[in-house]
Write a protein that binds this ligand. Structure first.
Ligand SMILES: [Zn+2]
Length: 58
């Protein structure tokens, strides 16, 4: 599973969405709903997972 951080365009609330990797494509078609205001008008912030993967080189 991966964690994606979103920021609501309406109320600037930031929230994490945990999705299975196979469900990732659905996020683009159907954005998650803001827990603060209930709207789905939000944008995805830099992926936390990708940052960790890039820095962890064994
Ligand atoms: Zn909101």
């Amino acid at each position: 599973m991966s964690t994606y951080e979103f920021e609501c365009r309406d109320c600037q609330e930031r929230f994490d969405v945990i999705v299975v990797i196979t469900e990732h494509a659905k996020l683009k078609e159907q954005p998650p709903v803001c827990p603060q205001c209930g709207k789905s008008d939000n944008r995805q912030l830099a992926s936390l997972v990708n940052c960790k993967t890039a820095s962890a080189r064994f």
